[in-house]
Design a protein around this ligand. Structure first.
Ligand SMILES: *Cc1c(COP(=O)(O)O)cnc(C)c1O
Ligand SMILES: [Zn+2]
Length: 449
């Protein structure tokens, strides 16, 4: 068995048997309408390497300069999309993001072994890079092989469009992004503009953009880049594998992740399950999906034991990237929650803002979505569900620098629904030494120093 002969294909998540090429323009099962997922030939992967050999191979490739294997995604190419030829890979060295040891925050809440996976420390500032590198590489290969694709399109709450625009610009492919007008941050809006995307700001919400992009991409020359396209899931699934790798192949007890469209939690679960099937690990972590209370259809479904699911109209939330009422990957996510003994919990605006501010005071710079996950962590610790000796990983999905208005609003005390107890506004003073000294003395005292 040679790595060059490995195969992967699209197949229906609901179990229909037909297989479709990953280079075909197809997003749903033609038989039943279910989502597709990328499947791999597990026997071939087992025949190629033992579990121990896979670990050694992945470790040896980490952060090397051997194209494209230094990337956290392409370092696991055989498990992700082996059929992409290296000359078509569009990579920005995504993945291998820092696993931040949140020592001080952990001490404050009584969890010693607390880690934050900083997925926002990436080319476009969010985990979306992990998936987009795979999708845009496949499109590049399709175009190279003669497919009549004119553009790649997505609806976005901000970060997907930033990633799509950057990877397309690097590949010389036109991108089209649909954004809900006035519902993404300034940084998220300017990113695709700068990268030459066709930016369409629609007077609706994410779910409204999604239904329009679905219509537009019925024209097969405009390729759909939303996470119902499971190529993105293949790249995003490396995050769980990478976390385990960063602990020298030990599985943590808990992974907490903020969720909206439910693609990323599906990906996280898929990667971990693949590791288990190939014998790299023999247990699974428990997963916690964290939602904003303003956009909580998954939480509401969880309360029914996933017996019922009702799409909702998502309300405005500071965690704008997860303001989604009708998540596309619901079915995949439910399966993952069942396999990982999962929990879904929610956080209010006040809770998420306070959690982010608290994390920042221990050296982080948390985006509002990371705030949602941290707030949920605090609740589960208080309830005794997460215990003091558990190893816990919180997935930080974007960089705080993308959400400057959130940070400014917090410290100005102007965020609606938020009691900004940890505000730290600048102190304005005349340029006078005595006044400055007096203020420093007073402030140090107030801060208990
Ligand atoms: C996209 C995104 C999420 C949610 O991921 P889903 O796959 O939609 O569940 C969370 N946080 C940030 C910052 C994101 O950009
Ligand atoms: Zn089907």
């Amino acid at each position: 068995m040679d790595a060059g002969e490995l195969k992967c294909w699209f197949q229906c998540v609901r179990g229909c048997e037909e297989r479709y090429s990953v280079f075909e323009v197809i997003y749903h099962c033609p038989k039943c309408g279910g989502l597709l997922e990328v499947r791999h030939d597990l026997d071939a992967l087992r025949a190629l390497h033992t579990a121990e050999e896979w670990k050694q191979l992945f470790d040896a490739r980490t952060r090397t300069n051997e194209w494209p294997y230094g990337s956290g995604v392409w370092g696991k190419k055989e498990w992700v999309c082996p059929e992409v030829r290296n000359e078509n890979v569009v990579s920005m060295y995504e993945g291998h993001t820092n696993l931040f040891w949140a020592q001080r925050l952990g001490q404050q809440i009584g969890v010693e072994d607390l880690w934050v996976k900083l997925c926002g420390n990436s080319h476009t500032g969010s985990f979306k890079d992990l998936g987009m590198t795979v999708l845009v590489s496949v499109v590049k290969q399709m175009i190279a092989d003669g497919a009549p694709i004119r553009a790649v399109a997505c609806a976005s709450t901000g970060d997907t469009s930033a990633a799509l625009a950057a990877y397309c610009a690097a590949a010389g492919i036109q991108s089209i992004v649909f954004l809900p007008k006035d519902k993404v941050s300034a940084a998220q809006l300017i990113q695709p503009i700068a990268n030459g995307a066709m930016v369409l700001a629609l007077d609706t919400d994410f779910d409204g953009c999604m239904s329009i992009v679905k219509e537009v991409t019925k024209d097969n020359t405009i390729y759909l880049a939303n996470s119902m396209n499971s190529l993105r899931i293949e790249g995003q699934k490396t995050v769980g594998i990478e976390i385990v790798q960063q602990f020298d192949w030990e599985v943590p007890d808990w992974i907490i992740i903020p969720v909206g469209n439910l693609g990323n939690i599906s990906a996280l679960g898929k990667g971990l399950l693949l590791m288990k099937e190939l014998g790299l690990i023999d247990k699974l972590p428990r997963l916690v999906a964290a939602q904003s209370a303003q956009a909580n259809p998954f939480y509401l479904s969880y309360l029914t034991g996933f017996k019922s699911f009702v799409p909702i109209k998502a309300q405005k939330t500071l965690a704008s990237a997860i303001q989604i009422g009708n998540p596309v990957s619901y079915e995949k996510a439910v399966k993952v929650m069942q396999a990982f003994d999962g929990i879904v919990e929610q956080a209010t605006e006040d809770e998420l803002a306070d959690a982010a501010a608290r994390a920042d005071l221990t050296g982080m710079y948390a985006c509002p979505h990371t705030g949602v996950a941290l707030a949920v962590l605090f609740k589960l610790v208080e309830r005794g569900i997460i215990r003091s000796h558990d190893r816990v990983v919180v997935i930080s999905t974007a960089h705080g620098l993308k959400f400057t208005n959130f940070k400014i609003g917090y410290h100005e005390g102007t965020l609606p629904g938020v009691n900004a107890l940890r505000r730290n506004p600048p102190i304005e003073l005349p340029p006078d030494v005595d006044a400055v000294k007096e203020t420093i003395a007073r402030e140090l005292e107030r801060r208990g120093m």
